[in-house]
Design a protein around this ligand. Structure first.
Ligand code: MG
Length: 335
């Protein structure tokens, strides 16, 4: 018995030894008074029943019950989804909607309600979805209250990949919440996957996805591999033919502060592509993948990301491009 106790002590000491040799490389000393304090925010209020709560003061509000201007159809044109009684409601057959702004790592809060009047079965009952990565990675929205379907298609599933840990669905018509932590996948400059996407999610406050690693885009029947894409892309809601409603939608960007990025409409991007006048010279702008533009400067091909309707920037070098009136372009370097 004594030997057993000693062995436990020895193992504990060894474990402590290993722990003290941990690889965590702290930037600050323990209790360093020079370490900056985190920002102070107002945390907002939780929603209770039909009464919508309020977002934290540092959140980007994507839908406040009235204004749908943060949302467009998948081509970047105004959406046909309607605002009714404080909710953004899917109009069947009008298509998915996406945000104008793009997001990478983030905390997303979404409230949704499936139709009170129950129609259809399995995947046909109150189906919608919350997507990251411009429609690539879906966390399922479905009426799963006394409705049977396959496990990896339940509400809160990462569709076709991971069932939720539990089915925490409320009755049809009732407001439900998703609080989702999304880690965007990372790709190298040559397009190889460096790290996959991860999702942690709570449904009505209950953990349903715990750091689930996506194998690639979520899809029906198959599990396709990743496709190289920018870290930040729009969020989207699915039109699956059911009038599912959304309210109190807000997002908080995580990680280092960076410029806001937008995914402009296809028609606007087409308009910006072409030849522009730069003083007495010209420069050609072309379309890139996923809402980007491209240009060649100093022999370098640069990928340009929109930070507003008329301003783009490169991430690999300090170049900012301003599109002006009368087909004039201003390129500033080292701003
Ligand atoms: Mg769906």
């Amino acid at each position: 018995m004594k030997n057993t106790t000693n062995s436990i002590r020895l193992v504990s000491l060894l474990l402590i030894g290993f722990q003290s040799g941990s690889a965590v490389d702290f930037e600050w000393k323990s209790h360093d008074r020079e370490q900056p304090l985190p920002p102070v925010i107002e945390p907002g209020e939780f929603s209770v029943g039909d009464k919508a709560g309020t977002p934290p003061s540092d959140a980007i509000v994507l839908f406040d019950g009235k204004n749908k201007s943060a949302w467009v159809d998948m081509n970047g044109n105004p959406t046909k989804w309607i605002v009714k009684e404080g909710a953004l409601e899917c109009v069947p057959s009008s298509g998915y909607i996406r945000t104008l702004q793009s997001f990478g790592d983030c905390q997303l809060h979404v409230e949704w309600a499936t139709p009170k009047e129950v129609k259809g079965n399995s995947q046909g009952r109150g189906n919608s979805g919350v997507f990251f990565g411009l429609g690539q990675y879906e966390i399922q929205v479905l009426d799963c209250y006394q409705n049977t379907t396959y496990a990896d298609g339940l509400a809160g599933s990462l569709y076709g990949q991971y069932p939720p840990l539990v089915n925490a669905c409320k009755a049809p018509g009732e407001w439900q919440t998703y609080d989702i932590i999304y880690t965007a996948p990372r790709f190298s400059a040559s397009g190889e996957l460096i790290s996959p996407a991860y999702i942690t999610a709570f449904h009505n406050g209950v953990l349903i996805q715990y750091h689930s690693e996506l194998s690639g885009p979520t899809s029906w029947i198959n599990r396709p591999p990743y496709v190289n894409h920018p870290e930040k892309l729009p969020l989207a809601f699915q039109d699956h033919g059911n009038p599912v409603r959304f309210r109190n939608v807000w997002v908080r960007e995580l990680g280092k502060k960076s410029k806001p990025e937008f995914y402009l409409s296809e028609s606007k991007l087409d308009e910006l592509a072409g030849v522009w006048n730069r003083g007495h010279r010209t420069i050609e702008i072309t379309r890139g993948a996923f809402g980007t533009l491209k240009m060649t400067l100093g022999g370098q091909e640069l990928v340009l990301y929109a930070t507003s309707e008329d301003t783009f920037f490169a991430k690999t070098t300090d170049v900012i491009v301003h599109f002006k009136e009368e087909r004039m372009i201003e390129i500033s370097v080292g701003e």
